[in-house]
Design a protein around this ligand. Structure first.
Ligand SMILES: Nc1nc2c(ncn2[C@@H]2O[C@H](COP(=O)(O)OP(=O)(O)O)[C@@H](O)[C@H]2O)c(=O)[nH]1
Ligand SMILES: [Mg+2]
Ligand SMILES: [Zn+2]
Length: 287
């Protein structure tokens, strides 16, 4: 690495320009032709760039940990799945998003928003993922959510009107993240969803400000692998009669025997629904 090259992270892309967050501020870069030929540079990519005459040019994209599409964002660590008492929660969607997160190496965190209206009962998720109760309206629980985001790149998903944009705004206004030199950077008015962009909050914390990733709504794994994404089944799996048990129709299934006890009935029924959907889809593919 010579003095003209530097590392950074693409935080925004507009036409052929890439906004790269570096130790030395945000630099507007172009990309080498060979990189464009290899594929698009994603928002979220870690890159190496250099000063070439009067322009900054991206030379190299570092390997991605993961990549989401529609919108294209890479290197996501945490996905906040927002639910609320109103609109009525769609837990099938929540479970599908969790499977996809785990498959992509993303940590799912459920934010039970609008706690000022009612408290959702989410005990089914105790052995599944972190659940944070919050209210974007009153600010309750936003500190706990912020501590889940610190040092991570986080995106938000969930049904329309659950409060994703409101939570992002509450997080951006949260004093915990606005320390020292960062405070100035974050003064950017209230957040509204627009172009794909990740917001650098400093200390390696980034928010993907685009809500909802349609790819996270659709599960696409082989049906017999679905069970691998259910951490709450894990403790019992080894006691199933068959080690290939899918926990659906097999006899002596230890997972099934724990339903209504450690495993929530709704959670298990939705598992079977997703399993059958995947099985059906595969049958259609080969018919
Ligand atoms: N009571 C209450 N309302 C909220 C809360 N968070 C968001 N809302 C309201 O819920 C509606 C949808 O919020 P929005 O952030 O646009 O949801 P999004 O579609 O998921 O981005 C708006 O009318 C918000 O004012 C909350 O914590 N409590
Ligand atoms: Mg929104
Ligand atoms: Zn089983």
């Amino acid at each position: 690495m010579n003095s003209r090259t530097f590392d950074g992270r693409v935080v925004k892309a507009v036409a052929s320009k890439f906004f790269v967050d570096t130790a030395d501020g945000v630099k507007v870069c172009f990309a080498r032709k060979k990189l464009k030929a290899d594929g698009i540079i994603f928002v979220g990519d870690y890159v190496c760039a250099e000063k070439d005459r009067d322009a900054y040019v991206i030379d190299k994209v570092y390997p991605r940990k993961n990549a989401l599409v529609r919108p294209y964002v890479s290197n996501v660590d945490v996905c906040v799945i927002v639910v609320a008492p109103e609109p009525e929660p769609d837990f099938l969607l929540v479970d599908k998003i969790i499977v996809n997160c785990l498959e992509q190496g993303i940590k799912p965190v459920i934010a039970a928003n609008k706690s000022d209206i009612a408290t959702l009962s989410l005990s089914e998720y105790n052995n599944v993922c972190k659940v944070v109760s919050c209210s974007a309206e009153t600010g309750a629980g936003i500190d706990s959510l912020v501590s889940e985001l610190k040092g991570n790149t986080a995106c938000f998903s969930g049904q329309s009107a659950v409060g994703k944009s409101s939570i992002i705004n509450a997080v951006l206004e949260n004093p915990v993240l606005q320390v020292g030199a960062l405070a100035g950077k974050i003064k950017r008015g209230r957040h509204t969803t627009r172009k794909t962009e990740i917001i650098s909050l400093g200390e390696d914390t980034y928010l993907v400000d685009t809500c909802g990733f349609s790819m996270l709504d659709t599960v696409d794994v082989p049906p017999e692998e679905l069970r691998l994404y259910y951490d709450d089944f894990e403790a019992f799996r080894r006691q199933c009669r068959f080690n290939t048990c899918t926990h659906t129709d097999e006899p002596d299934c230890a997972v099934k025997s724990r339903v209504g006890k450690e495993i929530g009935e709704g959670r298990y029924n939705r598992y079977k629904l997703i399993y059958m959907e995947l099985d059906e889809r595969r049958k259609n593919k080969y018919d």
